[in-house]
Design a binder for this molecule. Structure first.
Ligand code: MTE
Ligand code: HPA
Ligand code: MOS
Length: 769
């Protein structure tokens, strides 16, 4: 049936805003018309990583051109805190003490943004400077204070299993962080209303949390705060919690001055004052046999969390959930260490800790392969989940949907992996300077929020009496195509063309109590909620038709922009008009919650994930052993999205995620001075992938036979984050190229990001060995 309508599910329709993105007509927050008299805020940031504030002189700030007000902790009517955990560890404005270089201390309110920005730099603040612990190593040396409770996952008993294992390796890996580098940075505008009311426009993945935080800071209930988000110019996890600060400052100033207030930091300040991907140090102890079968793993995953908890608890949990990747580990113990550091509080970033855990697990595979002199792919196959009695994860969830063997088999074939690996080995024998590497790595990623209550969603569908439809749901649009996919679901439910449906901005007064659009679950959750709303309206229409035409309900159907009632075929618009005239309710609120999942963190046991998404990639690289420079020559991907709702959008997600993952593992390096100042705070010093860095050949395919075993929306699978981890194949291909200089006898132990500098150092280290 869905072939007949335009834009139903399983059709590759364009993103609803694609034409507006490229023509510049898509309205981002900074493009919105500003109300008359709008004031502008700018943050004043600390220049000390850890210390007491001994004096604050803001006279020069106040005296600067255009300045209307300066706000500090003393101007906050209720709670000086925007911590998403409720731990009260993240003040809007520093409370007498600073915990990182770049922490907001005050905000200037001025007539123009430029005036506010210039004035903010005129503050004279003095500190009593304390020792600062900036990274994992120094935090551990100082006693290892944590921002939240660590997690332990345990199955079996790895200690004796490690002792008994025929072979054993211990090692350590440093895994770098990453800045989100969304095109649109953080921004918020607050418009005061009457009484305690305020409307917030925010670039956020989590409108409900913005609502709560603004409420806490102002001391008003949630019903006084309305948050509106039409779209973000990218979020990537960086806008799951980090928008609260900006929204709170705008709201505070707007209520105090009864004027609209807008705040938008420069890129530099956005990078300095908001959290990033956690960098980790993983230390592992692995036991295995001569065939490369893993027998036991004992590992620690220590993360630089920054000064407050933010999402570090669930991020470090998700890291542990992905150490096993596609492999069964008979005896295992994994521990997280969410360490407190005097740096900006790290946060969600595509994969949410999963990539860091998975790359640690994949390093273990490399160690075994180089020790045994085998192709890492062989070691991977030897350890795949799927064999009898070998399906239990370290968190005691059964892997019952693994398709990784078939995905890897098909990719191995289609990418011509074996022949190309032989050619790479040959090439490396006959070339002294340039060396090649090739690697095939798999991905298994758990879908669902590990915070179980987050796995719920609401939607609001209005059918207007002219037959046009307005769709609203709790998910936010950040470029990933969520609005398009959910609208396709609604078009499919009513069997009408997609062009009849308008998706309106996400608003807390339309759908309340929403979850962050995160964990790749946007379509799974909101697609189901929207389908549920549509089904309620359809049921009322069916009942109306059955009564009016005196037919049974099963003689009523929706077909190609018509409603078919017995022998009658009525245009959808006409039918809706008739239903309206007969007082049928044409609006419904839908709801969905993910079934089956449960998780007991204290015991480290449960079924945190409704299902897994799978994929695999083959990357081939060439390095210059004199300079460390390299190119990614070719990448082949086979990725599983179940039955795709929109292949064009899903493919775009796979491509984008891969390239973003590649950036994380190759060129994107964050660097802090010993005073704790982030020195890589602009594209001049922080290198994200350019168009010219993309793989020279890039073959991306979706698994066309996969259907989600779990009862997700139209049997599709989440796509946003899983393909990010396909980029691990690039790091391992680089690793192979490096290993070639020492006859592949030593695991190069390349840390991430494998910048040309690191590649060169690894080459020299191995040549010296
Ligand atoms: N794609 C684009 N274009 N922009 C983004 O900000 N965020 C990613 C992913 N894909 C992102 C993106 C992240 S971190 C997540 S969790 C998902 O999209 C969120 O959207 P979804 O749940 O609708 O897939
Ligand atoms: N993923 C992304 N965001 C989250 C999660 C998660 O598992 N839990 C809480 N916020
Ligand atoms: Mo994505 S890191 O879950 O916003």
């Amino acid at each position: 049936m869905s072939e007949t309508i335009k834009g139903g599910v399983h059709q590759s329709v364009a993103h609803e805003s694609a034409h507006k993105h490229v023509s510049g007509q898509a309205e981002y927050l900074d493009d919105m018309a500003e109300p008359a008299g709008t004031l502008h805020a700018y943050l004043g940031l600390s220049t000390c990583a850890h210390g007491n504030i001994t004096s604050i002189d803001l006279d020069a700030v106040r005296a600067a051109d255009g300045v209307v007000d300066v706000l500090t902790e003393h101007d906050i009517p209720d709670t000086n805190d925007v911590s998403p955990t409720g731990l009260d560890d993240e003040p809007v404005f520093a409370k007498g003490m600073v915990h990182f270089y770049g922490q907001p201390i005050f905000a200037v309110i001025a007539k123009t943004r430029e005036q506010a920005r210039r004035a903010a730099h005129k503050a004279d603040i003095k500190y009593d400077v304390f020792d600062a612990h900036l990274d994992v190593k120094s935090a551990e040396a100082a006693g290892g204070e944590m921002v939240t409770k660590p997690l332990k996952l345990k199955r079996g008993d790895p200690k004796p299993a490690l002792e008994k294992a025929p072979m054993r390796i211990q090692g350590e890996m440093e895994i770098g962080g990453q800045d989100h580098f969304y095109l649109e940075g953080h921004i918020a505008m607050a418009i005061p209303g009457e009484d305690d009311e305020v409307t917030i426009f925010s670039s956020t993945q989590h409108p409900t949390e913005i609502q709560h935080m603004v409420g806490h800071v102002l001391g008003v209930p949630s019903n006084a705060v309305t948050v509106n988000v039409r779209r973000m110019g990218g979020g990537f996890g960086g806008k799951e919690t980090q928008g609260s600060l900006f929204a709170a400052v705008a709201a505070l100033a707007a209520k105090k001055h009864n004027r609209a207030v807008k705040i938008r930091p420069d890129r530099d300040d956005d990078m300095i004052a908001t959290g990033k991907r956690h960098d980790f140090v993983a230390s592992y102890d692995v036991g295995f046999d001569e065939q490369g079968k893993i027998l036991a793993v004992d590992a620690d995953f220590a993360a630089r969390c920054g000064f407050s908890a933010d999402l570090s608890g669930p991020v470090t949990d998700r890291a542990l959930f992905h150490v096993d990747n596609c492999y069964y580990i008979p005896d295992v113990e994994l521990r997280s260490k969410p360490l407190k550091t005097n740096t900006v509080s790290n946060t969600a970033f595509r994969g949410f800790g999963g990539p860091q855990g998975m790359i640690g697990g994949e390093r273990i595979i490399e160690e075994i392969a180089y020790t045994l002199g085998k192709d890492p792919l062989e070691i991977r196959r030897t350890n795949f989940y799927g064999q009898e009695g070998e399906n239990l994860t370290p968190y005691h969830q059964v892997v019952d949907d693994s398709i990784i063997e078939r995905v890897v088999d098909e990719l191995e074939e289609s990418s011509d992996y074996q022949e190309r690996r032989k050619a790479v080995l040959e090439f490396n024998k006959s070339n002294r300077i340039l060396k090649r590497g090739i690697s095939l790595t798999p991905v298994k990623f758990g879908i669902s929020f590990t915070a179980t209550w987050y796995n719920q969603a609401g939607a609001l569908v209005h059918v207007y009496s002219d037959g046009s439809i307005q769709l609203n749901h709790g998910g936010t649009e950040m470029g990933q195509g969520l609005y398009t996919k959910v609208a396709q679901v609604v078009a499919d439910e009513f069997q009408i063309d997609l062009s009849r449906i308008k998706v309106s901005a996400t608003r807390t007064d339309k759908v309340p109590n929403t979850s962050a659009t995160a964990a790749s679950s946007g379509t799974d959750l909101n697609g189901m909620a929207a389908a549920n709303a549509a089904q309620q309206i359809k049921q009322r229409l069916v009942d109306f038709a059955a009564e009016k035409y005196e037919v049974s309900a099963d003689e009523v159907s929706f077909n190609n922009n018509h409603v078919v009632v017995g022998e009658n075929r009525i245009a959808f618009d006409d039918f809706v008009k008739d239903a309206y005239m007969n007082r049928v309710q044409l609006s419904a609120a839908g709801f969905y919650k993910t079934p089956e999942i449960h998780w007991n963190r204290d015991e480290g046991k449960g079924k945190p994930f409704y299902y897994f998404a799978y994929g695999a990639a083959v990357s081939e690289v060439v390095i210059d052993t004199l300079t460390g420079e390299y190119f990614v020559e070719r990448v082949d991907i086979l990725h599983d999205v179940g039955r795709s709702i929109n292949e064009a959008i899903d493919k775009g997600q796979v491509e984008g995620a891969f390239v973003q993952g590649m950036g994380w593992l190759t060129t994107e390096e964050l660097w802090w001075s010993k005073e704790g100042q982030l020195k890589t705070h602009a594209p001049s010093t922080y290198k994200i992938p350019l168009a010219s860095d993309r793989p020279r050949q890039f073959n991306v395919n979706l698994v066309n036979w996969s259907e989600n075993k779990a009862r997700t929306i139209r049997r599709s699978k989440a796509v946003g984050e899983p393909p990010f981890m396909l980029a691990i194949s690039v790091l391992e291909a680089l690793s192979m190229a490096v290993a070639s200089v020492a006859e592949y006898k030593t695991c190069p132990r390349l840390d991430a990001p494998a910048t040309p500098e690191r590649v060169l150092m690894a080459v020299q280290r191995l040549k010296g060995a």
